[in-house]
Ligand binder design. Structure first.
Ligand code: NAD
Ligand code: TDX
Length: 355
C-alpha cells in the first residue's frame, strides 16, 4: 500500500531534497509537508514539485498540537519523516530557547499526535512508521581515533545537540512505552544543493565566489564526516522500507576531512572554474577567527549496521560531491539571492563583527 506521509521541515535543506527523491522514487500516495518557514525554510527549494497531485504544503508549527492532530486525521497519515528543527549550532549558542521549543517540545507534540492517531486502529490495518531524523552530534566529540556506533553513549555538548539528544530520548520512550513504531537515524554533516548558506560549505562557496573573507574557527583542524545529501535521503527511504521499529541507524559519508581541507578545496576549485580573483588565489581570503564555544573536535560515523542490515552505503565520494555542490551554487544565484534576505545579513554581521 502506498505511504501517506507527513514530512516535517520539508522546506529546509535535507527535507526538500528528501521530498524530491521520495516523489520520484518512493511509493507515495500522499505527501504533506508541514513547515513553519523560518529563516531556514524556503518554498523556492520545492518549486519544481509543487504541482505534483500527491503533494501539499501546510505552513505551521510542529509544536501546534491541534494542527498536527488535524493533519493526521484529514490526510490519513501512516508515515512520518521528522526533519523540522532548529539546526545551526552557532545560533543555538546565542539563542537556545527556540531550539528547546522546536526540537524538544515540537518532537513531543508530533510523537503524541502519532500515538493518538494510530491508537484508533490505523496501525492494525496499515503499516505505520515514525522516522525521527537526528544527528551524530548527540554522541559528543571524538579524539584522533575511533567512530560513533549506535552503542556510543550520548554526550551532547551544545544547546543544539542537547536538544536533539532530548528529542531522540523522547522518540525512543514513545517506542518502549507506547509501542509507537519509531525509527531513529543519526547522521553526519550533510552537504549538497539547497543548504542554507550559514553552514560551512555553502557559506565558503558563497563568500569565496565573490571575494569575501572566509572565517575558519580555531585552528581549522576540527574534523567532520561529510555525507552527500542525496545519499542521506536514500538511506532514509531504505530505513522506512526495511528498518526495524525501535532501532537506531547511524548514517555516515565515510569522508572525514579537516575544515581547513574543505575550505582550501573549495578555494582551489573556484579558482579553476572562475579564474583567480583580481589575480590572487582565493586561499588568501581565509581568516582564522575566534573558535566556536564548546567546539566538538571530531565526528566520524561507523555506518556498518545500516550497511550490513539494510544494504545501504554512500555512493558519492567527497571529491565528486563537492564539485557537484559548487556547480549547483554557481548555477543557482537566484536561489541564493532569495534566501539571503535582510534578516540573514544582519545576523551574519552580528556573528562576525569583532571576531
Ligand atoms: P534546515 O535548518 O535546513 O531546515 C529546517 C526546516 O525546519 C526549515 O524548513 C524550517 O522552516 C523548519 N522548521 C523549523 N522550526 C519549525 C517548527 N517549529 N515547525 C515547523 N517547521 C519548522 O535543517 P536541515 O539541515 O535540513 O536538517 C534537517 C534535520 O536533519 C534536522 O532535524 C537536523 O537536526 C538533522 N540533521 C542535519 C544535518 C546537517 O548536516 N544539515 C546533519 C545531521 C542531522
Ligand atoms: O563559518 C564557519 N567556519 C567554520 O570553521 C562555520 C559556519 C563553521 N565552521 C566550522 C565549525 C564546524 O567544525 O565548520 C564545521 C562545520 O560547521 P557547520 O556547518 O556549522 O556544521 P556543524 O556544526 O558540524 O553541524 C552540522 O552537522 C551536524 C549541522 O549544522 C547540524 O544540524 C548537524 O546536526
Amino acid at each position: 500500500m502506498s505511504m501517506r506521509m507527513l514530512v516535517t521541515g520539508g522546506a529546509g535543506f535535507i527535507g526538500s531534497n528528501f521530498i524530491r527523491l521520495a516523489l520520484a522514487e518512493g511509493d507515495i500516495g500522499r505527501l504533506v509537508n508541514l513547515d513553519k518557514l523560518t529563516y531556514a525554510g524556503n518554498l523556492k527549494s520545492l518549486a519544481d514539485i509543487e504541482e505534483d497531485d500527491r503533494y501539499c504544503f501546510i505552513q505551521g508549527d510542529i509544536a501546534d498540537g491541534d494542527l498536527v492532530e488535524k493533519l493526521f486525521a484529514e490526510h490519513g497519515i501512516d508515515t512520518v519523516v521528522h526533519f523540522a528543527a532548529e539546526s545551526h549550532v552557532d545560533r543555538s549558542i546565542v539563542g537556545p530557547g527556540e531550539f528547546v521549543r522546536t526540537n524538544v517540545v515540537g518532537t513531543f507534540t508530533l510523537l503524541d499526535a502519532a500515538r493518538k492517531a494510530w491508537a484508533d486502529g490505523t496501525a492494525s490495518t496499515r503499516r505505520c512508521r515514525f522516522l525521527h531524523v537526528s544527528t551524530d552530534e548527540v554522541y559528543g566529540s571524538l579524539g584522533e581515533t575511533g567512530y560513533f556506533t549506535e552503542q556510543t553513549p550520548y554526550d551532547p555538548r551544545s544547546p543544539y545537540s542537547a536538544s536533539k539528544a532530548g528529542s531522540d530520548h523522547l522518540a525512543s520512550a514513545w517506542f518502549h512505552t507506547y509501542g509507537l513504531p519509531v525509527l531513529i537515524t543519526n547522521c553526519s554533516n550533510n552537504y549538497g544543493p539547497f543548504q542554507f548558506p550559514e553552514k560551512l560549505i555553502p557559506l565558503i562557496i558563497n563568500n569565496a565566489r565573490s571575494g569575501k573573507d572566509l572565517p575558519v574557527y580555531g585552528d581549522g583542524k576540527n574534523v567532520r564526516d561529510w555525507l552527500y545529501v542525496d545519499d542521506h535521503c536514500r538511506a532514509i527511504l531504505r530505513v522506512l522500507a526495511a528498518g526495524e521499529p525501535g532501532q537506531t541507524y547511524n548514517i555516515g559519508g565515510n569522508s572525514e576531512k579537516q575544515n581547513i581541507e574543505v575550505v582550501t578545496t573549495i578555494c582551489d576549485l573556484l579558482d579553476k572554474k572562475l579564474g583567480l580573483l583580481d589575480g590572487r588565489p582565493r586561499r588568501e581570503l581565509i581568516r582564522f577567527v575566534k573558535d566556536r564555544a564548546g567546539h566538538d573536535r571530531r565526528y566520524a560515523i561507523d555506518a556498518g549496521k545500516i550497511r550490513r542490515e539494510l544494504g545501504w552505503q554512500p555512493r558519492v565520494r567527497f571529491e565528486e560531491g563537492i564539485e557537484m555542490t559548487i556547480d549547483w551554487y554557481l548555477n543557482h544565484q537566484d536561489w541564493l539571492d532569495a534566501v539571503l534576505d535582510g534578516s540573514y545579513q544582519d545576523y551574519y554581521r552580528q556573528m562576525y563583527h569583532g571576531r
